[in-house]
Structures are given as C-alpha cells and as structure tokens.
Design a protein around this ligand. Structure first.
Ligand code: ADA
Length: 550
C-alpha cells in the first residue's frame, strides 16, 4: 500500500489481484485490481456502473478494516450483502471497519460508478479523464479492539528541530480499556499509559526537540520512521509506522523558503494518466515520471488537479521532489460550484487529502479549486471557506489556488501564494513579458501584492511526431519555441518564485463536453512527453533551460 512497511504486528492481506467483475456490456468476467475498466476494449469509453466481487477467508473472529486507496469515482461497498460504506471521489483513500466478523468465508462487493450527473460536482466532463474502477490498492486488515488509527507529524525549527506528533487511538469495543502507547522517532521514544472508554477515540500529543535530526531537502531528502506500538498486558497488540522529514516551508515577502533558504520552483503539472494503464499507474511508471522530471532538471511537481496516489508521494519524499498537492477541482464555473453537492464533496476531499498526506515532507504547498469561479463573490466565499478548512487541519504549509481570471480575480488576498495560469503565445499571440507586466499590475492592485507569485501553468500543444519546418501550431517545434520563450521570461523575473510547465505528459480527456473540439486524438496534447512518455522536442529544450546554472 505504501513504499515502506507500515506494520510488523498488524495482520494485513492485500486484496489486489483478480476480482470477479460484471458490467452491462461484458457480462461476468475477471478483472485485475488495481486497474481501470477502460483497459477492456468493450469498456474503453464506458461511463456507468460496474460490479466488483471478491470472496475472502477470515481465519478467526476479528474486527476487519477494508482499505481502498482509490475507487473511481463513487464506491458502494457491501460486506456479506450489507451496505457498509459509500465514498465519492476517485482520488482519496477511505476505509470501512466491520466489527466481530466470524471465522470463515465472506464476500466483498463494490459497486463502482464513473458516470456524470447532478450527484457528481467534481467528476464532470473535463480536460482530463475520469476513469472507472478500483484504480488504486486495496487491503484487508485485522484489528484488535484497540488500534492505532493515524499518526500526524508536524515539524518546526527554532534554533533546532522540534516536532509535534499526534497519535490517534480508537477503542472499538464496548468496554473500558487500558493500554500503553510507545512512540519511537529519531533515537527518542516515549511511553504513555492510556485509558479508553467504550468506543472512544483519543489523540495522544508528543512535543519533543530533535537536535540530532538531519533536515529533509530537495538535495538531501533525509527521512525518518515514526514507529508506534500499542501494548496490552505486556504484549504488543497493534502497531503503525509512518515516515516523516524535518523540513520547514514558509513564505517571507515575495519569496518561498525551504529550511530558511529561498527556493525557485522548476516544476511540471502531472496528470495521473498513462496510455498503457490509464489512472491505475504502477510504481514503476511513477518512478519513470519522476526520473523524467529530474532528468529535465525539475525540482517540483503539481498534482493537477486532485490528490495523488500515496505511493507517488512516498517516491517524491525519497527523491526530494517538491510537491504542490491540490484538492479535486478543475475549471468549475459558478453554476457548477453552486451544485448542491459541491461544498460537501470538496470538504470531504480536503479532509481526506490533508489527514492522509500531512506527513509527506515533499508536500510544500496545498492548492485548491484550479481555475474555478474566483471572480464572483459566491465563488470567493467558497475559496475562503476551503482555505480556512485547510488551515484548520495544517498551518505548516502555504496555500494557493491557480487562477485564470487574470484581471477579475477577487480572491488574491486569501492565499499565501498567488498562482497564475497563463498561455501567452498559445491561446493568443499576446507578448509574454508585457502580458506578465499587465497581470502583475492587477495582482498588486487586487490583494496579491507582497506575496510570492508562481506561474502555475503555461505551455503549448504538440502532436507527438508532427514536425514542421515552419514551426506552425501543433508542431513539436512550435511547442518548444513557446515553452522556451516563456521560461526565458518567467525564470529571469525576480518577482516570480516558481514555474510549473503544463504539462509533463499528454492525457486523455472526456468525450462529453466540448473539449474534443480543440483536443486532437481525444487528448490534452500539451505534454513534453506523449501518453507513453515518448519525448517531444520540448523535452531537450526544458532540460537545457532548467539545468542552466541559476
Ligand atoms: C487550464 C487547466 C488545465 C488545462 C489547460 C489547457 O489551465 O488548468 O487543466 O486544461 O488549461 O490545456 O488549456
């Protein structure tokens, strides 16, 4: 489920592998989990409901926890025919706990729905594809009556490294329970005795100095394990291991600082989409993407436009790739933001994103609401509420939102960092520098003055293999020219703290909506590599510029 081992004691069995599958187009068949049903030719463009089923064996009566890291996009989970969980959103993990499950064979059924409609405010026809299926890992855990639900680690620096570690313990039983919690981190450990009332959840806080800790940075991504154990009557009954890094990210004036040093973000926007596997990207192909970005000299990646697979974030932690992670939203107009399900679906996505990903040192920025209706007061209210929600969960990272309402955005006073998506030279022939000057003038007049500025999207389309001596649009040459001209302006302007090229790889788009009119082959073709990661001319151009000594 993660790149590192999270348990030595808790019994875990993966549910990945072959499941029974049924759809109206294929009837009954087998399918692999994780995976997208679009890999099945008959379902390549299918939008609707499919059924997944799997029988499991429990060797002794236990509380069981079913873990789903990503089901696209709505899951209804049944255990032995009883509905135990509904979850909306393909991109955040969820679980369900069933108490006192008897020894023997049981059945898990998951009804998966990737259709669009009023009930889905975030998965809508769009310039990326909503796949169908159990697209990320799944597992079954056996839980004792008291178990460790989560670990939350927040580092801080004040002449030396310090940290607040919060461990959440849950009593699943109807009796009062006593236990001890042992936490080990960076050569230090504590043991706390705990009493839990029936069905009580308790958060244990450990504040500690770690003068010996080595910093986590892009150049030297030092990671530590936080090892927690629960001890009852002298026996270790449960455990949970998390990984963390000692690093501090802050904004001071127009600069972004990592561990007190000003940084310039050289990044890519990356969709979780691959021509061979769709959204169900295996670790090997995640690594490939990271190696490609680092080969081009990038130090950052933006998880446009949704929370990513935790294993990708684990790899970014290990490789020192700085991450802007954002909640799930792309280009929603005011009418779409006023969908009655919008607020709750965003709130749940933010809760699950921050609560599950807060320990990743690579995540240095939380983003929200890419190119949503930030020009209207109702849209501003929603931006404001979502920033407040994230700050209520995590005050250790700056917040931003990538906007394309260049001169009528009324939310620029709300985030810590201002981020603009600008396509000078592609969607228009506007001069890059003069356009930037004009937008900065507006930003300074509309509440964004004195904050770091990131150019969060810029680039151009190129059909892989279309070469053109005239450098016309859609040629690889033209894409390279526009990216080069943009980088030469944005990377040499002291007012800019970072750039994210749109985009690393081509990605599939939905047939619904009207994106197809400007998207050949049903793809957003602005990748510097195509959907199979074959490099376009722009690849070498970016590499030459990103790797130029600053
Ligand atoms: C917007 C949007 C991206 C993509 C891009 C484009 O900036 O945020 O998801 O659609 O435009 O390719 O035009």
């Amino acid at each position: 489920m993660r790149i590192f081992r999270q348990h030595n004691i808790r019994k875990i069995q993966t549910l990945d592998g072959i499941w029974n599958f049924e759809s109206e187009k294929t009837g009954k068949m087998n399918i692999n989990v994780p995976g997208c049903w679009e890999m099945i030719p008959a379902l390549e463009n299918y939008r609707g409901k499919c059924i997944y089923e799997k029988k499991i064996d429990i060797d002794s009566t236990a509380n069981i926890r079913l873990v789903f890291k990503g089901v696209s996009h709505t899951a209804d989970v049944y255990f032995d025919g009883q509905h135990v969980r509904r979850h909306y959103n393909a991109y955040t993990p969820f679980d369900c706990i069933i108490k006192n499950v008897s020894k023997g064979e049981h059945e898990i059924k998951v009804n998966v729905d990737n259709s669009f409609g009023e009930f889905s405010a975030l998965h809508v026809p769009n310039d990326y594809y909503t796949y169908g299926g159990i697209i990320r890992d799944t597992a079954l855990e056996k839980l004792p009556d008291i178990y460790i639900e989560s670990i939350c680690f927040v580092p801080g620096y004040d002449k030396k490294w310090r940290a607040k570690t919060k461990v959440s313990i849950v009593n699943l039983s109807g009796e009062e329970k006593e236990c001890s919690l042992k936490i080990k981190l960076c050569e230090k450990k504590i043991i706390k005795d705990i009493k839990l009332m029936p069905n009580e959840k308790k958060k244990i806080l450990w504040e500690e100095d770690f003068p010996e800790a080595k910093s986590w940075s892009h150049e030297d991504p030092k990671l530590y394990l936080i090892e927690c154990e629960l001890i009852e009557n002298g026996e270790i009954t449960d455990d949970l291991i998390e990984r963390c890094g000692f690093r501090q990210i802050e904004t001071k004036g127009e600069g972004i600082y990592l561990n007190g040093e000003k940084i310039f973000l050289k990044g890519f926007n990356r969709h979780e989409d691959h021509g061979s596997v769709g959204a169900a990207i295996p670790v090997e192909l995640m690594m490939k993407d990271i190696w490609l970005m680092k080969d081009m000299g990038a130090n950052a990646v933006r998880t446009c436009h949704y929370p990513n697979d935790e294993r990708f974030l684990d790899l970014c932690d290990e490789e020192g790739l700085l991450v802007w992670e954002e909640n799930h939203a792309r280009g929603l107009n005011l009418e779409q933001m006023l969908n009655p399900n919008f607020d709750e679906q965003c709130r749940n996505c933010i809760d699950e994103m921050v609560n599950n990903h807060i320990n990743h040192p690579s995540i240095i920025i939380w983003g929200i609401l890419n190119e949503c209706a930030s020009e209207f007061k109702e849209g501003r209210e929603k931006h404001k509420r979502q920033y407040e929600q994230i700050r209520g969960l995590d005050t250790s990272r700056p917040l931003t939102s990538a906007t394309c309402r260049h001169k009528n955005d009324i939310c620029l006073d709300l985030p810590d960092i201002v981020s603009y998506n600008i396509y000078s030279g592609w969607y228009n022939n506007d001069p890059i520098y003069e356009t930037l000057e004009d937008f900065i003038g507006y930003i300074n007049s509309a509440g964004g003055a004195g904050k770091p500025l990131i150019i969060s999207e810029f680039g151009a389309g190129a059909i892989y293999g279309f070469r053109d001596t005239a450098h016309r649009r859609w040629s690889e040459e033209k894409q390279s020219d526009i990216i080069e001209e943009s980088l030469n302006v944005y990377m040499n302007d002291k007012r800019i703290s970072g750039v994210f090229i749109w985009q690393l790889c081509d990605c599939r788009i939905t047939e619904e909506g009207d994106f197809y009119l400007s998207r050949a082959c049903m793809r957003n073709n602005k990748g510097v590599v195509d959907i199979y990661r074959r490099p376009k001319i722009a690849y070498e151009t970016v590499k030459r510029i990103f790797k130029k000594p600053v």
